[in-house]
Design a protein around this ligand. Structure first.
Ligand SMILES: C[S@@+](CC[C@H](N)C(=O)[O-])C[C@H]1O[C@@H](n2cnc3c(N)ncnc32)[C@H](O)[C@@H]1O
Length: 251
């Protein structure tokens, strides 16, 4: 298993993306579209990871590193008491977050990804560990797909580690440099459609600050808490490497 603290922006981590706190009004420059926002890219990534897993048993990349995944798991354990709560990890990749939650005793876990290869990998890993996790192919930007997976029951919690970051880099069309704003706008709508009225949403991003996440989702979701990450000072400003923010539905 490899830990990645990597930024999902092609701009990398060196462009000052770890921004000062209190930047609510300071909306940053939009990102340019990137291959990291395309399904072909992720299919290629998971094709390679399936081969690696079959050859070596290595489950592959843990986006943002194991500490960040552990912080999300700790948040879930502290905030979701009922182990039978229905929990969705959207854009689950290899499913490692759900594996950790299964180890903590959660029994109603669902992982989705729009990459068929990611779903295949996650299923193989879960099987190899005898973990009871349901995985489905789902494009989180397709309302029909979203309602098919959520069903009538919907979810008590939706988790995202790195998926919104990837969606924010989706090209508008094949050759476009600009991002697909309609995809970015659709994302919080899909979160709300997936959640029960009492449901919670926990997201980790490396491309957006806490304040940007709160501001971007504010018309659909209300911030209920933040998870602290390692902070550092640069040029007199304090920044965090990742941002993890919890929300509830605005009813
Ligand atoms: C940065 S990776 C994070 C993977 C995983 N959450 C993790 O933490 O290891 C982004 C994931 O989002 C998935 N993804 C991107 N756009 C998606 C969409 N529209 N619907 C569902 N999954 C999507 C990609 O296939 C990829 O697995």
């Amino acid at each position: 298993m490899s830990s990645s603290g990597s930024n999902t922006s092609d701009k990398g981590g060196s462009d000052g993306r770890a921004k000062p706190e209190n930047t609510l009004e300071q909306e940053t420059e939009p990102f340019e579209a990137s291959r990291l926002g395309s399904k072909d890219h992720w299919n290629n990534v998971y094709d390679r990871e399936i081969s690696n897993f079959n050859e070596t048993g290595d489950i592959g990349e843990v986006w943002f590193g194991e500490d960040t995944a552990a912080k999300m798991v700790t948040w879930v354990c502290s905030n979701i008491e009922d182990a039978s709560s229905r929990i969705l990890d959207v854009g689950c990749g290899n499913g490692h977050l759900l594996l950790e939650l299964a180890e903590e005793g959660y029994t109603n876990l669902v992982g989705t990804d729009y990459s068929a290869q990611a779903v295949e990998l996650a299923k193989s890993i879960a099987k190899s560990r005898s973990a009871d996790i349901a995985y489905f192919e789902q494009d989180f930007l397709d309302p029909q797909d979203v309602s098919r997976v959520a069903g009538e029951e919907k979810f008590d919690a939706v988790l995202d580690k790195g998926t919104y970051d990837a969606i924010c880099l989706k090209p508008k069309d094949a050759d476009a440099v600009s991002v697909d704003q309609s995809a970015i706008d659709m994302y919080p709508v899909s979160v709300v459609s997936s959640l029960k009225d009492s449901g919670v949403f926990l997201i980790t991003s490396c491309n957006w600050t806490e304040e940007e996440l709160v501001s971007r989702f504010s018309s659909h979701l209300e911030c209920t808490g933040r998870v602290k990450h390692r902070s550092f000072q640069f040029g007199g400003a304090v920044g965090q490497t990742d941002a993890t923010v919890a929300f509830k539905k605005r009813l």
